[in-house]
Design a binder for this molecule. Structure first.
Ligand SMILES: Nc1ncnc2c1ncn2[C@@H]1O[C@H](COP(=O)(O)OP(=O)(O)OP(=O)(O)O)[C@@H](O)[C@H]1O
Length: 281
């Protein structure tokens, strides 16, 4: 399948911070979560995709078009929701919808109305007077109905209460099912990643740590409970306590234990949160 977003060897220096080189491809039909420590460069990556920040080197293409080229037609196919909406404070939700909807030929009024009702958003209040959580709900309700091929969301659930996070995740899953679409989002919420992401792109201090298929990553780490801990290190061993061993190569660990007659009391896959913490530590 052709890539919808192609980031090739992109680097950028901001004061003392070095981002990249980063390469990443996004295919249609996928949700990719950019995950990393604070200040690891996730938002900057999104801004570079939108041509709101310029890389020092490398190339970014969206739907085959270089994002810094003269042809900006790709922008019509992309919705970008930054962490904070700029210039919206004086407008009510109703105003914003009137301004935004006509710009998008595939605007889906039914999705907008459903989200406004689900989130119980007052459309007659100025954006600047809404709480950060309601602002975020309104922004999302103005993003999904645009029905663009690509949706780029910077920490979409950061201010949402727990029921609203779940409602939003349901809306996004439904949105994905309607057509071939692609989502790239940044998040610190493991629940978002667990429920939404097909792929994780991990970043630390500006450097990419890897692009993982979530299910493969989740299956790649196990904890073993043992009667007796063999002398180590064992194949795949990442850490051990008196009777527990964590492995990033469970098959090799299990084989070794079986071949060396070490009975396993129990074994369990690590939670995604623990895996991400191990990778980002
Ligand atoms: N406008 C700016 N002015 C100066 N430095 C900036 C600016 N934007 C980003 N940076 C630098 O780039 C680095 C990466 O910032 P970025 O916001 O991309 O990280 P992030 O991974 O999105 O962080 P967080 O998880 O905290 O949102 C920061 O550490 C900061 O040094």
């Amino acid at each position: 399948m052709p890539e919808w977003i192609e980031i090739k060897d992109v680097s950028k220096k901001i004061d003392g911070f070095q981002l990249g080189p980063v390469s990443l491809s996004i295919e249609p039909g996928t949700i990719t979560a950019l995950v990393g420590n604070n200040g690891s460069g996730k938002s900057t990556m999104l801004k570079m995709i939108m041509n709101l920040a310029n890389p020092d080197s490398g190339e970014i293409r969206v739907l085959g078009k270089p994002v810094d080229g003269k042809d900006e037609s790709w922008k019509r196919h992309v919705t970008f929701q930054p962490q904070n909406a700029v210039g919206w404070n004086a407008y009510t939700g109703e105003d914003l919808k009137r301004l935004i909807a006509p710009l998008y030929p595939k605007w889906d009024e039914a999705v907008f109305e459903r989200m406004i009702s689900l989130f119980d958003i007052p459309l007659n209040k100025r954006f600047g007077k809404l709480s950060p959580g309601v602002q975020q709900k309104l922004s999302l309700s103005l993003a999904l109905p645009r029905s663009t091929d690509i949706l780029i969301l910077d920490e979409p659930t950061a201010s949402l209460d727990i029921p609203s996070k779940n409602l939003f995740m349901d809306c996004l899953v439904e949105w994905m099912e309607q057509e071939d679409r692609a989502v790239i989002l940044t998040t610190h919420e493991t629940e978002d990643i667990r429920k939404l992401a097909d792929y994780l792109f991990l970043m630390q201090g500006g450097k990419p740590l890897g692009h993982f298929e979530k299910d493969i990553l989740a299956a790649g780490y196990r904890r073993f409970w043992l009667h007796e801990m063999p002398a180590g290190p064992l194949p795949g061993e990442l850490s051990r306590t008196e009777n527990q061993l964590v492995s990033d190569n469970p098959d090799a660990t299990e084989r070794y234990l079986s071949e060396h007659g070490s009975p396993v009391i129990d074994t369990k896959a690590l939670e995604l949160e623990e895996i991400i913490s191990l990778l980002l530590k």
